[in-house]
Design a protein around this ligand. Structure first.
Ligand code: GLN
Length: 431
């Protein structure tokens, strides 16, 4: 049953391959030169298992996807009160590069628009711009679980053409938001935007956020849960700028996009998603990336208001009542991430057993994505020359699928009897 989840992701990605709307960012030549067809999707579970589909090894510049991470670094060093005194948390409803501050406080409205992001850079405590950038680079790299490098050419171009950001920097200085030389702060901002990532890096960075600040691939604790909670909150309300409302209703995951073509989306407690496609809409978001996230959310049931409980607890027990038979006992709410974890566990262990019994007696609720995945799992087992049985007294997984009735049992006892019979028929009687 190799790669069930992989096939889902490949299929959902393929739905948007034909989309060629949008335009490459062209404010600097380096971004206008990239291959417009580049298209990658990566998904990392909170335990660090990464699925990749398409151009997931293509490097691009992180651009504004950097903003939540620098904000998190500022929070980690200064605490929320000190950061709040300089940067608000209200959605601005404006474009990312609007030259604006809050009317009353004269501070940037939030850290996801350029004004707030530049202010966040200035808060990182360091003695020099070089040291400040090194802290940022180290911090992002810890989120990604690998060293992220600077794209020197993009950096040089950003710096040469950044009039709008300079206007924002000097405006912030005039309002007393920036204590440091605006050009020095901007230099670090341009460098942070020019760090190179892949969609897989973004997925792992997202999974680090999803896991409350621990990188799933290295196990390193990068930031406190309180810092992550605040960062994710601002991503919900402000991450997609003036499209934030639309995004929250259609996709329902804290997210951040960048004009390099990347989007990071996070399902807290469950997974991180990274997408790459450099053709952008009028608001600066990747056209295919937005559509892809929307489809993933719809088809896998990833909206954060649908997914209310932590699905890591889904698999309550795995036991071997007899040689060649393994029982997987699921409970609670079974949603995409929980089903993914279950399928992956069964897949990893499939060499060790001939019959897998999935006991869903204790499952309270299941969504369509999980139901589809688990019914496919039973079929995939058969295709592998193994057998899958379901203990599903209430028809939770089987639902209306008549083809699964033959493998459905009311209790573990009867499933075990069937499993022994199957082993005997297939001459796989232990001993
Ligand atoms: N470097 C870009 C800028 O500051 C990043 C913008 C973005 O990705 N939205 O204008």
């Amino acid at each position: 049953m190799a790669q069930l989840v992989q096939r889902y992701l490949d299929r959902i990605r393929a739905e948007h391959t034909g989309v060629t709307d949008g335009a490459l960012a062209d404010y600097i030549p380096e971004l206008a030169r990239v291959d417009p067809d580049g298209y990658g999707l990566s998904l990392s579970s909170v335990d660090g298992f990464v699925y990749e589909s398409g151009d997931t090894a293509v490097e691009f510049t992180i651009q504004s996807v950097s903003k939540p991470f620098t904000y998190a670094l500022a929070l980690a060093h200064l605490g929320a009160d000190a950061v709040d005194a300089v940067i608000g948390v209200e959605p601005s409803g404006e474009a990312f590069n609007e030259i604006s501050v809050d009317h009353l406080t004269k501070t940037p409205k939030n850290p996801m628009i350029n004004a707030g992001a530049i202010a966040a850079v200035s808060l990182i405590p360091a003695d020099s711009p070089g040291e400040r950038f090194a802290m940022i680079q180290d911090f992002y790299s810890a989120f990604a679980g690998r060293r992220l490098e600077l794209d020197e050419e993009v950096y040089a171009s950003e710096k040469a053409t950044g009039s709008r950001n300079r206007a924002i920097g000097y405006m912030l200085q005039s309002f007393g938001v920036l204590d440091d030389d605006p050009d020095e702060v901007l230099d670090v901002y341009y460098r942070q935007c020019s760090l190179r990532v892949t969609s897989t890096d973004l997925a792992i960075m997202g999974a680090t956020l999803a896991r409350g600040g621990t990188c799933p691939t290295t196990g390193t604790r990068v930031a406190d849960a309180s810092v992550i909670k605040r960062t994710l909150s601002v991503m919900v309300t402000c991450g997609m700028y003036d499209a934030a409302g639309d995004w929250v209703s259609a996709v329902g995951m804290p997210a951040k996009s960048g004009v390099g073509g990347g989007i990071v989306a996070v399902l807290p407690g469950q997974l991180g998603i990274g997408t790459y496609s450099p053709l952008l809409d009028a608001k600066g978001h990747s056209v295919r990336g937005v559509r892809l996230c929307r489809s993933l959310s719809e088809q896998l049931g990833l909206h954060f208001l649908t997914v209310s409980r932590d699905s890591r607890a889904t698999l309550r027990a795995v036991y071997e009542p007899a040689e060649g038979i393994r029982v997987y006992e699921a409970h609670g709410d079974l949603l995409f991430s929980g089903a993914e974890q279950l399928v992956r566990t069964a897949e990893r262990e499939r060499a060790d057993s001939d019959v897998a019994i999935l006991d869903v007696t204790g499952v309270d609720d299941i969504d369509d994505a999980a139901r589809a995945l688990l019914s496919d799992m039973s079929q995939a087992l058969c295709a592998d020359g193994k057998q899958g049985f379901l203990v599903d007294p209430d028809g939770t997984v089987v639902g209306a699928r008549a083809d699964l009735e033959a493998i459905r049992f009311p209790d573990v006892g009867s499933a075990l009897t069937a499993a022994h019979e199957w082993l005997a028929q297939h001459q796989r009687i232990p001993g």
